[in-house]
Write a new protein. Structure first.
Lengths: 427, 350
């Protein structure tokens, strides 16, 4: 959908409110440089690793010019001397999609940092049992347009634990779990990314005890079409701090239109976004100072992309939002993205007003002719609903006739979302 | 460059101990005789060529196969004609540059030789880096970077920082469901005639390397993408198969993307038509779809083939230069796609 620019508040003034962050958790330039021989030994340790090995990486700054790949091994631990002590820099990597790639069963990576990988930081694929613990992945360039895609990137994995990690400055998602099942993301920090934490096309995930701050969007649960794992279901997001996610969206260059990557459409100031999500419970989070919207319940139609794909539905369904704490920002909502413009201009509470919860109002019309019957089973039961700014949009008639309502009554219900990750939480 | 005069001692491959591989030097295997840079093959070392080859920074390549005496392979019944190889099969691939591409047999500089060996039922890959004197190559697991220059077909000076991959990177491409596999030795890549030598499947049968061939029509065959007399669609798909589909297939590492570029794929959505990216990051450029039919300059596929930015460039490893001829072919293919015939895929598109 496109919103006529004439309706939008003065974009040039509002652009100045956008934040950008170059914060680093520590200064790796002070870490002593590893020698070329030490770097070759590290590369060989990955190449020749055997089942059951521990690859201990002593303190040092390793300027690695090739990929570190662990190829289909069992029970391997990769252990640094600490996030601020062992730094793997891929700034001079000249070929390869990611700095570190891990494949296998029961793999752990801990106590180290990865910097400046041109593509992804640490990717794990086809793992059964992968633990990231006390791992920091970041980009140190001042120019964020050159940063990589995902910092911590498990994909097509089972039994994923991400614990006490830090992910920052990625051009897409800091912590991204895709096409996986049985997932815990806990006690981690994501800041300065386009998306802080993202669960995509994944089953059975719990995200708790994390801080997602100063990203463009804090926490995302998406299902994208056309993937081998067609659809994911079952995510619980609780006890997180989702704060001031007002970072400029640098997934594309400033002044450039969104491309086909969905994150390029995320408006700065988004706390949580659901898109084509199935079975998500969001409770007991602190959702503070996100200038555009606290929680956006959206369907894939909002992207304007084709919505046909096998075994996949563009609709968000079976959602339960309750017991969260909201604090609104004094800043005006985003108008750099169409989704932001929609919220800023057409919400049911008045132009330029930050929203706590919005629902884009697409639903599967085969189920019911009227959204007031709550056909997608979207339930919102917050303590003081009348004090929150809730908007239900009606976008079916296109940009010429956008309607909105503040009536939350159809969605006052509760529903059950099933997850089971106890084995991972205690690992 | 001054060639060394050293000649390799004569080694009989049949007597080497496979359990001790990788050997420290290429000459230890006995694949080539005398001055091994001349690639005079030992007994049973058979030259082969795939129908469509992978682009590797304009490097020339020669490929050889060797099997133990009396052993032979079987072509499987699948759509690609994958081949089941016997224990101790060896594949040898040399990467080299003539100083002047207009004289491809002269002043050759060999950069690396990659060996794949099937041991204990599993394939392993070993990279060898050639020395300055071009007398031998040494086993180099951690990879290397080599500056190479040459004069191209048009007489222009060219240069590349050639990357010899590290051993673990081999599996970035040689990977089917996380099992290491050879790529070019499939019936679809071999079922064609080498100049002056006849069909390769028959040549392999005559060498004793294949058993009981059926009539050649019974096996799949891919076109040579550089053969301009072939159908544009088949040429483009052959190019994509050899250059992309080792990862971009259901069994490959890039299955995560849902973009499948193997020769057998016929679903336009899986081939990228009006397909949005998933994890492309800046690889998407300013574009929305992998392929926008009729608009090669607005397609992510050609954008990623045409950039050298690490993290955006495709394939992810194996090239530091743009393959101009390959890019032109894929652009022509996309531009020849009538957009209106894909309307069923573009419903709702911006």
């Amino acid at each position: 959908m496109r919103i006529p620019v004439g309706l939008v508040l003065s974009a040039t003034i509002l652009l100045s409110c956008q934040r950008s962050s170059s914060e680093q958790s520590f200064d790796s330039s002070k870490v002593p440089r590893a020698s070329p021989e030490e770097i070759d030994r590290l590369i060989e340790a990955f190449i020749f690793a055997e089942d059951g090995d521990t690859i201990a990486i002593p303190a040092g700054f390793y300027n690695v010019k090739t990929q570190l790949i662990l190829d289909n091994k069992k029970n391997v631990t990769i252990k640094g001397a600490g996030m601020a002590e062992t730094v793997l820099s891929f700034k001079e990597l000249t070929s390869g999609g990611e700095g570190v790639k891990l494949v296998g069963q029961n793999i752990t990576i801990e106590d180290l940092s990865v910097e400046d990988a041109p593509g992804d930081g640490i990717k794990s694929q086809h793992c059964d049992g992968i633990t990231f613990r006390k791992v920091n992945v970041t980009w140190t360039n001042g120019d964020k347009s050159k940063n990589g895609t995902y910092a911590i990137y498990p994909v097509q994995c089972k039994n994923v634990l991400i614990d006490a990690c830090i992910a920052s400055h990625s051009k897409d998602a800091g912590i991204y779990v895709g096409q996986s099942e049985n997932i815990v993301v806990k006690n981690s920090l994501a800041f300065g990314n386009v998306a802080g934490i993202e669960i995509e096309n994944s089953d059975n995930a719990e995200v708790f005890g994390n801080t997602a701050r100063d990203n463009t969007g804090g926490i995302l649960v998406f299902n994208l079409p056309g993937l081998p794992k067609a659809e994911g279901r079952g995510t619980k997001i609780y006890d997180n701090d989702i704060l001031s996610n007002n970072h400029v969206n640098f997934a594309t260059a400033l002044n450039e239109q969104p491309n086909g990557n969905t994150v390029t459409q995320i408006p700065p100031g988004s706390g949580l976004i659901l898109m084509a999500a199935k079975g998500v419970e969001i409770f007991n989070n602190r959702i503070h100072y996100n200038k555009t919207v606290g929680i956006a319940i959206s369907n894939y139609q909002i992207t304007g992309f084709p919505t046909d794909a096998p075994n996949w539905s563009p609709f968000t369904s079976d959602i339960y939002i309750h017991g969260n704490e909201y604090k609104r920002s004094a800043q005006l909502p985003d108008v750099t993205k169409e989704f932001g413009q929609l919220i800023a201009v057409y919400n049911a509470h008045g132009k330029g007003k930050t929203q706590d919860i919005i629902y884009d109002g697409f639903w599967d019309k085969r189920l019911s002719p009227d959204i007031k019957t709550n056909p997608m089973n979207v339930c919102i039961r917050e303590a003081d609903m009348s004090q929150l700014r809730f908007t239900l949009f009606d976008l079916w008639e296109g940009e010429e006739n956008i309607k909105s309502s503040s009536d939350y009554a159809p969605f006052d219900c509760q529903t059950e979302v099933h997850t089971q990750v106890r084995a991972l939480s205690t690992r | 460059m001054v060639y060394g005069e050293w000649e390799a001692p004569d080694v009989d491959i049949n007597t080497v101990n496979f359990d001790q591989m990788p050997f420290s030097k290429l000459s230890d295997y006995g694949f080539f005789k005398g001055k091994i840079r001349e690639f005079n093959p030992g007994k049973g070392v058979v030259l082969y060529e795939p129908a469509s080859s992978l682009f590797t920074d304009y490097a020339f390549k020669t490929r050889y196969i060797w099997m133990p005496e009396g052993a032979s392979a079987t072509i499987q019944d699948d759509s690609e004609g994958t081949i089941d190889f016997p224990e101790n099969t060896v594949l040898i691939k040399n990467f080299y540059y003539p100083a002047d591409f207009r004289y491809p047999l002269e002043k050759i500089r060999v950069i690396e030789t990659r060996i794949m060996v099937k041991k204990n039922g599993a394939w392993e890959a070993f990279p060898y880096l050639w020395n300055e004197e071009q007398t031998d190559a040494i086993y180099k697991a951690v990879g290397a970077e080599v500056s190479v220059d040459w004069v191209d077909q048009q007489g222009q000076a060219q240069f590349v920082k050639y990357i010899v991959p590290n051993q673990a990177q081999c599996k970035s491409c040689h990977n089917s469901n996380e099992v290491m596999v050879p790529l070019g030795v499939k019936a679809k890549q071999l079922n064609h005639a080498l100049p002056g030598k006849g069909n390769q499947l028959i040549a392999w049968e005559e060498a004793g390397y294949l058993e009981e061939l059926k009539p050649l029509q019974a096996y799949p065959a891919m076109v040579d993408y550089s053969d301009i007399s072939s159908d544009l669609n088949l040429r483009a798909k052959a190019y994509l198969d050899s250059n992309c589909a080792h990862c971009h297939r259901a069994e490959g590492p890039a299955s995560t993307s849902g973009l499948f570029l193997n020769y057998e794929e016929t679903d336009p959505a899986k081939l990228g038509v009006f397909k949005t990216p998933v994890a492309a990051g800046f690889g998407a450029g300013s574009f929305t779809y992998a392929i926008w039919p009729g608009k090669s300059n607005e397609s992510i596929l050609t954008y990623r083939m045409g950039t050298n930015q690490v993290g955006a460039a495709m394939p992810e490893i194996g090239r530091g230069l743009v393959h101009r001829e390959g890019l032109e072919l894929i652009k022509a293919w996309i531009d020849a796609m009538p957009e209106e015939s894909f309307h069923h895929l573009s419903a709702g598109k911006r």
